[in-house]
Design a protein around this ligand. Structure first.
Ligand SMILES: Cc1cc2nc3c(=O)[nH]c(=O)nc-3n(C[C@H](O)[C@H](O)[C@H](O)COP(=O)(O)OP(=O)(O)OC[C@H]3O[C@@H](n4cnc5c(N)ncnc54)[C@H](O)[C@@H]3O)c2cc1C
Length: 585
């Protein structure tokens, strides 16, 4: 009976639509109508669409460029409508929505980029019952040097998204915290102990001895992304398409984004065919080199250095199970295991340093003669072997503070809108926490239809402010630590010494809880940063007054006071602009 009613409703609305010249009944259709003028020029046919949502069945006409190959049998409006209708009867709403995505390229949400953020966002929205089109230019397993260490806060978010299994069965390696080596001297900073409520009891000072500790995971980026994509491919509410998005499609009379235009490459002929995908909301997650960022912000990423990457085989790490940060004798170097036998080495190389200038032998010279000698002795042979025998790969280390957007059918998220130096391995943790928050704010209970611009805008405004609880910490920490660890001037040098001494004195749960993305209170970051600054000032003071012959060093106390002011001023110069850009802007 229900089926008959639904069918009658469909038939009636088709008649109504036809009688009124196909006037669209739903908001999406209204937007589509605006686009009609433009799209007509491109379209090769005009179809009647059955538009399904949770509560109603309506139809509208939309100029439609037929998707390549598969859909050409549906060119006739009549045939097409019949096929769609019988499919609904046979397989129910889920299959009808799949058909809607696969045949007509129309969904609630179009997600551009099946990378870290795109997969997480697509999956979480699909879990809430949204119909999702996920578009990715290259579906083959990525081979990249990014996103290989997921912090505990990222693992927690991944589990909340229902994707926790994606770090399993990929030969992932447990990471328990960091081993920081400053001029060869090590200090271990494990991830903090947690209380039964998931809080960090020693976040202000010291370190817990006993209790549960969260863990991070190291893995091959490509394997992890493949697992995320598999989860999306298996989801009944998601259709994944391998196609390259080339532009957004906007309405003729408004700048509202209706969807995207793409180029789909035929795997056999390699011929590229234009395609169109439409959604009530388009989420752009096309990564660090985003083509679409400029549509929502004038900000451009700033990079002062690049990471050069080697993959070491069977490296003998001083503290297995920990990420290693090597500072003091060279620009920062990271080492962490990404597989049973593989360790990633990332060497920070600032632009324009003389040691890496072409005349000096380029980056290879810097690595061979400056960076590798700074590594622990046990690691150096495998690093030299990798430098000799494998390709040196590189990525820019970008900083891009996030911008508030006024989404009109489109929002840009992930690295495309917000990046920090990868020194602290925070990008994926930010992305997964963003996906959790986005899904919460766009939940159908709050925003029943994504065509409701006002509700979507309110949700994304809330996202911009609420995400600062974790992004402000992770982004500022990454930039501030990089400033300290790559320091050359004497004040930053004093701050770096203070930082190392801070860890050495056992104040590690707070700093490592923030690094791990477990602590979400920016005030904890401010507290530890300035505690480090005062400790650095004190250490520097002691160094000066004990440097003279016998007690005469005390005579240098005025000099030490001047230095103290300069160090504090430098700490403010490093920290305050960052916290302003990240926290309050
Ligand atoms: C050197 C380096 C090391 C890093 N290491 C870590 C780490 O250890 N831990 C960590 O948490 N973070 C790390 N990061 C950061 C992390 O990799 C990023 O924050 C994360 O990958 C961002 O996810 P995303 O989804 O925004 O972008 P991506 O993961 O880059 O995904 C973008 C996707 O969009 C696709 N795409 C792009 N353009 C188009 C188009 N026109 N049409 C269709 N598809 C398109 C791409 O193919 C890709 O699949 C590192 C970054 C760098 C630079």
């Amino acid at each position: 009976m229900a089926g008959i009613c639904r069918l009658t409703a469909i038939a009636t609305s088709i008649r109504t639509c036809k009688a009124f010249g196909g006037a669209p009944a739903c908001p999406l259709a209204k937007r589509a109508n605006n686009e009609k003028g433009n799209a007509k020029k491109r379209a090769v046919s005009s179809l009647i669409y059955i538009h399904l949502d949770d509560t109603s069945l309506t139809t509208h006409t939309r100029p439609h460029r037929l998707p390549p190959s598969r859909d050409t049998t549906h060119a006739n409006t009549h045939t097409h409508t019949l096929i769609t209708t019988s499919a609904i009867m046979a397989t129910g709403a889920v299959d009808a929505r799949r058909l809607q995505r696969e045949t007509h390229h129309e969904a609630d949400v179009v997600v551009v980029g099946a990378g870290v953020f795109g997969c997480a966002a697509a999956y979480s929205l699909a879990e809430q019952g949204r119909s999702v089109l996920l578009l990715e230019r290259w579906m083959r397993e990525p081979d990249r040097i990014v996103g290989e260490l997921l912090q505990p806060g990222g693992i927690q978010a991944l589990k909340k998204l229902g994707l926790g299994h994606c770090v399993e069965n990929i030969d992932s390696i447990t990471c328990r915290g960091y081993n920081v080596l400053y001029q060869g001297r090590p200090v271990l900073i494990p991830y903090p102990t947690m209380d039964e409520y998931g809080g960090v009891p020693h976040q202000w000072s010291g370190a817990g001895k006993e209790g549960k500790r969260e863990i991070g995971k190291g893995f091959h980026h490509g394997r992890f992304i493949t697992r995320l994509r598999e989860a999306c491919l298996a989801h009944p509410n998601i259709t994944v398409r391998e196609t390259e998005v080339v532009r957004t499609v906007r309405g003729e009379h408004s700048d509202h984004v209706l969807g995207v235009e793409t180029r789909t490459t035929d795997p056999e002929t390699k011929v590229k065919t234009p395609d169109y995908f439409f959604g009530q909301l388009t989420i752009i997650a096309d990564g660090y080199d985003s083509k679409f960022r400029k549509e929502v912000t004038d900000e451009k990423p700033v990079a002062r250095s690049r990471f050069y990457a080697l993959e070491l085989t069977d490296a003998d790490l001083p503290a297995p199970g920990y990420g290693h940060v090597i500072i003091g004798d060279a620009y920062p170097i990271l080492l962490y295991q990404i597989g049973t036998h593989e360790t990633r080495a990332l060497f920070d190389v600032p632009y324009d340093i003389p040691e890496a200038a072409p005349a000096a032998g380029g980056v290879r010279n810097y690595l061979e003669n400056h960076a590798i000698p700074a590594l622990p002795k046990s690691v150096q042979p495998t690093a030299r072997e990798a430098l000799e025998n494998s390709k040196l790969r590189t990525m820019p280390n970008s900083w891009l503070p996030s911008t508030q957007q006024v989404p009109r059918g489109m929002v840009v998220l992930g690295d495309a809108i917000n990046m920090r130096h990868p020194l602290t391995g925070a990008g994926m943790t930010v992305a997964f926490n963003d996906a959790v928050l986005l899904a919460e704010l766009l939940h159908p209970d709050r925003v029943p239809t994504l065509a409701d611009d006002a509700a979507v805008q309110a949700a994304l405004r809330a996202l911009y402010w609420r995400r600062k609880n974790y992004t402000a910490i992770l982004n500022v920490l990454a930039q501030a630590l990089y400033a300290l660890f790559a320091a050359h001037d004497p004040q930053l040098h004093a701050l770096r010494m203070g930082c190392f001494e801070y860890f050495r004195r056992g104040i590690t749960d707070g700093p490592c809880g923030m690094l791990g993305g477990i602590i979400h209170r920016p005030v904890v970051l401010a507290y530890h940063f300035f505690s480090v600054a005062f400790l650095g000032i004190w250490m520097h003071f002691l160094e000066i007054i004990t440097s003279g012959p016998g007690p005469l060093g005390v005579l240098k106390a005025p000099l030490a006071v001047i230095d103290a002011v300069l160090i504090l001023a430098k700490a403010c110069v490093v920290f305050l602009p960052l916290i302003w850009r990240e926290g309050f802007r």
